[in-house]
Design a protein around this ligand. Structure first.
Ligand code: AVJ
Length: 316
């Protein structure tokens, strides 16, 4: 049985991770970046979110991939290395293998253990396709190993994960993606602005799966810095900020408390929040302008009938 090659870099830099978390916990308001949702359980909870009736992005995007795979492949080019950023369970990329006919598949994710399982299973289903797993925090650096991944490359960033970055941060990341494409193309999913009630239901579902996903971040932080956050003393908060055009997720202290870790502590008042996620929503024209500013050309767009979700392909 063929095993995918696996390279783990940067995610293991425990000192830098610790420093980043402590800085966020010391700031006012406190913040923890959304990449810290994704330990093994967090990645599983995210998969559960994608099965919720209220969480429309994954299935809306999947329908766009299914309906327009051929056009998307013509826009991106075929037979190139496919680099999947935040690959997770790798299902979205795999659905495009027949159309994109990649020369190799490179799956990048910060959630290393989840990625290893997903990629190993996928390799069994595609024994002839060379696969590489990269355990990597690409929000910090996106330097792709040249030797194993000849340019031009197709970069794949589905699911509207770009929404986790503010438009300024997104522009900086898109510029680095432009460089990493090295003459290839970008295929990217972007969630659209829509009715507030639809957006808020997608991020605060009645089963509490999104609440569990948000609260799980506290367990992950405890594991990373040895803190004693008690998830029972926090509540999930999600709302749409129309002015900033984003969903914000926070964890709100149910009561006053002091959280301790080796070498430090922080007092939280009742009702005080830790900001855990932005999920920016775009008008299609605004995102196309961002792609253009990042150096991409000839952007094409596919959207569902309701205009809820957009997939763009653009040349580097
Ligand atoms: C993986 C960043 C695209 O913003 O919709 C889902 C994460 N957060 N429910 C999103 C998420 C709460 C998701 N992304």
């Amino acid at each position: 049985m063929r095993e995918p090659a696996f390279v783990q870099r940067f995610v293991a830099d425990a000192a830098a991770v610790r420093q980043e978390l402590l800085r966020g916990l010391a700031s006012s308001p406190a913040r923890v970046a959304p990449k810290f949702f994704y330990d093994l359980l967090g990645s599983r909870l995210f998969d559960a979110i994608t099965a919720l009736d209220e969480y429309y992005p994954t299935r809306t995007e999947a329908a766009l991939f299914a309906a327009h795979a051929g056009d998307m492949a013509r826009a991106c080019g075929t037979g190139r290395p496919l680099v999947d950023l935040g690959a997770g369970n790798c299902a979205k990329a795999a659905s495009l293998f027949p159309a994109l006919a990649p020369s190799q598949y490179v799956a990048v994710d910060i959630s290393v253990d989840f990625l290893r399982d997903a990629l190993t299973a996928l390799q069994q289903r595609h024994p002839a396709l060379p696969m590489l797993g990269l355990g990597l925090d690409f929000s910090a650096a996106l330097d792709l190993p040249d030797a194993v991944m000849p340019a031009p490359r197709t970069l794949f960033y589905p699911g509207s994960s770009i929404g986790n970055f503010t438009p300024d941060e997104a522009l900086a990341l898109l510029r680095r993606m432009h460089a990493a494409c090295d003459g290839g193309a970008l295929l990217i999913g972007v969630d659209g602005v829509k009715d507030t009630a639809v957006l808020e239901a997608a991020y605060d579902d009645p089963l509490g799966v999104t609440a569990a996903f948000n609260l799980n971040l506290l367990r992950h932080v405890n594991a990373l810095i040895g803190s004693d956050f008690d998830p029972r003393r926090w509540r999930h908060v999600a709302f749409f900020d129309a002015a900033a055009s984003r969903i914000e997720m926070h964890l709100e202290a149910r009561e006053a408390q002091t959280v301790c870790w080796p070498g430090g502590e922080r007092r939280f008042a009742a009702g005080e929040r830790v900001h855990t996620e932005n999920s920016c929503k775009y008008l299609p024209g605004d995102f196309e302008a961002l792609l253009h500013d990042a150096g991409f050309r000839r952007a094409r767009r596919w959207s569902d009938d309701r205009g809820w979700f957009h997939v763009f392909a653009a040349q580097a």
